[in-house]
Every structure is written in C-alpha cells, then in structure tokens.
Design a protein around this ligand. Structure first.
Ligand code: AP5
Length: 224
C-alpha cells in the first residue's frame, strides 16, 4: 500500500485516542484528532475556540462547515502526503461526504474506517475515570491506567485534569448525539467496503494487536 489513510470511529470513550497513540508510533503518520484540535483552540481563545466552547461543553456537535475547514487545511500539507490518521472526523454524513470528495479530488482513497466499539456502561465508566494531561493530552484512567504519581503525567510531568465534557450529564448527551448523528456512518462505510470492526471492551494491547493484524492483511491484499 502506498498510502495509509485511516479514520478511527466509535462511541465516546471506546478508546480511539488510546489506539491512535499506538498507531502513530507504529506508522509515523500525522494524527488529526478534531476533539484535541478544538480543545487547543478553546485553551488559546481563538475564533474557532470561542465558537466551539459552548457546543463542546454541552456535548453537541460543532457545525460541519467549521470542522470540514479544520480538516481540509491539514490535508494539503506535505506531512499528510503518505497518509493520515483521523480521530473524531467524520462524525456526520455531511462530513463523510466532504472527506470522500476531498480524497477523490486528490486521487486518493480511504484505506479503512476502524470502528472501535464498546457498550454504553463501559464507556460511561471509562469517561468518568479518565484524566488527561494539560500539556499534550496524554490519557490516563484513575483505576485502569493510573499515572505513577497521582495527578502528574508520566510522559511530560504536566498536571492531569478531568475534561469539561466528562461530567455525567454531558457524557449522556455525547452518547445520544453519537447514536443519532454518527452511528449512521457505520453503514455508510460498510456499504463502501471500508469498515473494519474491533471489540473495544478488550484490553488496549489486544485491541491494538487486532488492528495491526487487520492492517497487515489489507496491505497484503493491496499487493495481490
Ligand atoms: P472527542 O475529543 O473526539 O471525543 P469523543 O469522540 O467523545 O471521544 P473521547 O476522546 O471521549 O474518547 P476516545 O474514544 O478517544 O477514548 P480514550 O482513548 O480517550 O470530541 C469532543 C467533542 O468535540 C465532541 O463532543 C464535539 O463537541 C466536538 N467535536 C470533535 N470532533 C467533531 C466533529 N468532527 N464534528 C463536530 N464536533 C466535533 O479512552 C477513554 C478512557 O478509557 C481513558 O481513560 C482510557 O485510559 C480508557 N481506555 C481506553 N481504551 C481502553 C480499553 N481497551 N480498556 C480499558 N480502558 C480503556
């Protein structure tokens, strides 16, 4: 395969970011996570951040045209020539159509849509215990994956915080938004033969091994 163009899909808390960190290490690809991009814009107080803040904090979706613009400006950079990992985009049919068109126009195609799924009670437990570092967004869990020193990131020493949208009522809203607006994309990518499913309730290393094995098979098929 000449390029590796991947999207990570799945409900909030299924482990998209956790797997993305591993895949970035494996394949040295640029990683575009729309949630991270929005949180950085909110922290910096940019125009995008000001518009997105109340929407993100309520657990709703930022308008398509804003998100499509954010991703498209990253597509046309030399770093994304050999592939990319998208996490949290597309999240609506409108975003998926825009991505398809953008890839088509550039004579490129999606390698796979990696769906990491997990039951609602598990993702609620994970999100309630999640902590992220203020500097680079490294992810921990207070029970499953605690840092060596409480409240401090193992990797960069920065402070660990709870995301504003990881409060119980916002988690509920995010899950219902996912079901209404993002789940239809599962069929969308399945019909295009791009969907690959993974059981996100398995331990992170196991999920990672399954994704690696699937990508290796896709690479072999592409050579035939
Ligand atoms: P975003 O940041 O994308 O949030 P999300 O999709 O809700 O996903 P999360 O980051 O919460 O979960 P994750 O699946 O990455 O799980 P993680 O690996 O961290 O978006 C936030 C908001 O931005 C949206 O609500 C929306 O408002 C806006 N937005 C973003 N993109 C947009 C778009 N395209 N259009 C419009 N609006 C947009 O893991 C979670 C926890 O579980 C961690 O503590 C981790 O340690 C633990 N864990 C992970 N894997 C496992 C495992 N296998 N076993 C046990 N524990 C695990």
């Amino acid at each position: 395969m000449s390029e590796l163009n991947l999207i990570l899909m799945g409900p909030p808390g299924a482990g998209k970011g956790t797997q993305a960190e591993r895949l970035v290490d494996d394949f040295d690809l640029p990683y575009y996570a729309t949630g991270d991009i929005l949180r950085a814009a909110i922290a910096e107080g940019t125009e995008l951040g000001k518009e997105a803040q109340p929407i993100v904090e309520a657990g709703d979706l930022v308008p398509d045209e804003l998100m499509i613009g954010v991703i498209m400006e990253r597509f046309d950079t030399p770093e994304a020539e050999d592939g990319f990992i998208l996490d949290g985009f597309p999240r609506t049919v409108g975003q998926a159509e825009a991505l398809d068109e953008a890839l088509d126009r550039r004579g490129r195609s999606l390698t796979a849509a990696l769906l990491i799924d997990a039951p609602a009670e598990e993702v609620i437990r994970r999100l309630s215990g999640r902590r992220i570092c203020v500097k680079n967004g490294h992810v921990y869990h207070v029970e499953n994956d605690p840092p060596k020193t409480e409240g401090v990131c193992d990797q960069d020493g920065s402070r660990l915080i709870q995301r504003d949208d990881d409060k119980p009522e916002t988690i509920k809203r995010r899950l219902s938004v996912y079901r209404e607006q993002t789940e239809p994309l599962i069929d969308w990518y399945d019909q295009r033969g791009a969907l690959r499913r993974f059981d996100g309730s398995r331990p992170p290393d196991e999920v990672h091994s399954h994704i690696r094995a699937t990508l290796a098979t896709l690479a072999l098929e592409a050579e035939l």
